[in-house]
Unconditional design. Sequence first.
Length: 765
Amino acid sequence: MDTLTLKLRGMSCAACATNIEKAIRSVPGVIDCNVNFGAEQATIKYDRSLANLEKIQAAIASAGYSSDSLQEELLSEEDDAEKASRQALQRKLSLKVVMGGVISIFLFLGSLPMMTGLNLPLIPSFLQNPWVQLVLTTPVVFWCGGSFYRNGWKTLKRHTATMDTLIALGISAAYLYSLFVTVFPNFFIAQGLIPHVYYEVAAFVITLILLGRLLENRARGQTSEAIRKLIGLQARDARVVRDGREIDLPIAEVRINDVILVRPGEKIPVDGEVIAGASTVDEAMVTGESLPVKKQPGDEVIGATINGAGAFQFRVTRVGNDTFLAQIVKLVQQAQGSKAPIQRLADQVTGWFVPAVIAIAIATFVIWFNFTGNLTLATITTVGVLIIACPCALGLATPTSVMVGTGKGAENGILIKGADSLELAHKIQTIVLDKTGTLTEGKPTVTDFVTVNGTANGNEIKLLQLAATVERNSEHPLAEAVVKYAQSQEASLIEVKNFQANAGSGVQAVVSNQLVQIGTQRWLTELGINTMSLQQYKDAWEAAGKTVILIAVDGELQGIMGIADALKPSSAAVVKALQKLGLEVVMLTGDNRKTADAIALQVGIQRIFAEVRPDQKAAIIQSLQGEIERFLKSKIQNPKSKIVAMVGDGINDAPALAQADVGIAIGTGTDVAIAASDITLISGDLQGIVTAIQLSRATINNIKQNLFFAFIYNVIGIPIAAGILFPIFGWLLNPIIAGAAMALSSLSVVSNALRLRNFQPKAIS
C-alpha cells in the first residue's frame, strides 16, 4: 500500500470535494481517500499493484478538476510557476471584482428610481434605460461570472452539482428574466405588472461572491502559515570542511558524513552529531524548549536551530527529507490534510445539499406563482434561494480549524498526526503516565553499589566491569547508568557472548566464561538464585524511591546497585494541572512497588500499576478502557469505552501507546514510541500534555462554533430567501443581500478559525 498526497485545483465549494472523493474512490485499488476542501488536498491510500498516480489523476480530471503531486522535497521553496499562478489568480479576481463593482454601482444608481418609486433628478436618465443596463450587465455576467457557468456546465455533464451550479442558475434567472422584460415589456403591462428589470441583482451577486472568494482565499492562505514558518526556519547554506578547507555550499549539496563548522550565532543547517567543540543551542523554534540546550561531543544537533556563543563541528547524519525539520513539516501537512470525525455530519449534508437547494428553489417558484400569479415575485424568491444557499461554510468549518490548530501545535512543540487525534484529545478521561523518561528525567545514575564480598582485591571493580560489559548491549536507561558509572570508576569493558535481554526483567551474557545475570529480584528468584543476603540494602534504597538491580555471577548473588532517576521539574505541576482539568491520572511502570509508590507520592498520583512487564502494559490500557462504570459521571453519551491516553517514551511503551485511544510520545524518546503515538511532544516537556489537551478543547470549540454558524446560516437564510416573511411583513429578501450574505458566510467561518492563531497555553503552577 502506498500513500499519495495531491494538490487539487478548481474546487469552489465542499460539494466539489465530495465529487472528487467519489471519483477517486471509483478507481480500482484505491483503499481510502480523504479530500480536504480547506487544505485543497487529497490524501489517497492505494494498492500500487492496481492503481497509480496517472489513473488517480485521470479520475480527478474526469470529474472536471486538475491535480498536481506535492513536491517530494518538503523543505523546498514554493516553485516560481506555482507562485506566479497563485498571484495571477489573485490579480484576475481583483480585476473582476473592480470591474464588476464599478458596473454594479452604475446599475444600482439606474435602478434606484424604480426601487424607491421616487424621481431622482441627479441620476442620469440613460442609466435607467433597460437596454443600457443590459449592455452594462452582459460583460459582468459572462466574463466576471464566466467561471460559474464553466464549472457548472462541467459538473452538470457528469450528473452532479456544486455551488457554482446554484450561482449560475441564480444569476441566469435574474439576467434572463430582465432580458425578457427588456425585449417584451408589453407582456407584463398587459397583465397589470410593472416591467421591472433586475440586472443590478445579477451584477451585484457576481461581484459580491467574487469579492468573498478573493477575501476567503487570502484568509485561507493564512491557515497554512505554520507550514511556511517551519520551512522558513531552514538555513540556506552550510560551511563544510572538505580536504582541510572550509567551503560554503547550498544545503542541497550537503551530504551525510560531511563535517560542518558552526560559528557563534549561526543557524545549524542540517541534523548531525557534535564531534568537536561545545556550545549552547536555542532549539525553541523547533522543539518549543525555552532554555538553550548545552551541546558537546556526542550530542545531537537539529537543523534550523540557532547556535549560541560557542563554536563546534558536527558530522551530518540526516539531510533533505530525512531531517527532523522535514519530518515535522510532513507530519503537520498530513494532519492539516486529514479529517476530524466531527466533520462527517457536514460531509453528509454537503452530499445532498445542492440538489436539495435546487428542489427548494423549484418548489418556491411553483408555490409563489401558483398562489399569486406574480412572475416577478416567483422569480425573485427563486433567485434568492439559489444565491443565499452555501455549502462552502459547511465544508470549511472543520478543516480550517484543524489546519490552524495543528499548526499552532507545531509552534508549541506538539506534533499532532491527524485531525482525529486532535479531536479525541478533548475527550480524554484517564491519562496514563509512564515513569522512567516521562515523569522522571530518564537519565538515571548509580547512587549506591554494594558487593557481597566487599572491596578486597579489587572485587568491586571486577564485578562492576562484568556488569557494565553486559549492560553495554542493552538500550534500557538503567543500563546506560551502569555503563557510565563503570566508566567513571575507570572500569574497562571487555567482550561478551550470548547476550540476551528479558524485557521487564533483566539481561544476561557470558563474560570471560562467566554467566552474568543482572535484573530484578523477582527474575533472579525465578532463576533459583538466593537474593536474601542483600535484602536490607534493597528495602532501604527502594523506600527512598530508588530502583534496585541485583547482579549474579554463575548463579550466585554478587552485588546490588541503587539507581535514582530524578523527577522532571514540571512533573508534579503537570499532574496537578491534569487533575484540575478533570482527568484521572495513573502511573504505569515496570519498576517495583516501593519505588513506584515513592515517585507517585512526590507527584500526587493515587492510582499506580507497578512491576508491569512491557507485554502487560497494553493489557492494562485495555482494562482501563473497559471501565464502563466510571462513565456514570461522564458527559459522553452512550459510551462504548473509556477514553484513555498513554504517555511514554521507550520501545517498551510502544504497544501501550498503540492500544491507547490517544498515544502521546515524549519526543526525546525512541523512534518506535514516536511512530506508535498520535501526538508527539518534541521537547519532552510534560507541559506539552496540558497544552495539547487545551489546544484540542479550543479547536473543537472553534469547530462547533463554525458548524453552528454554517448550519444556522442556511437554516434561517434559505426560508427567508424563499419569502416566508412576505405573508406576515410584506418583505422579501433582496437577492443582492442574499449574495452578500453567502459571500460573508464562508469568510466568517474562516475568520473565526483564524482566531485560533491567538491560542496561548495556560501556564501551570
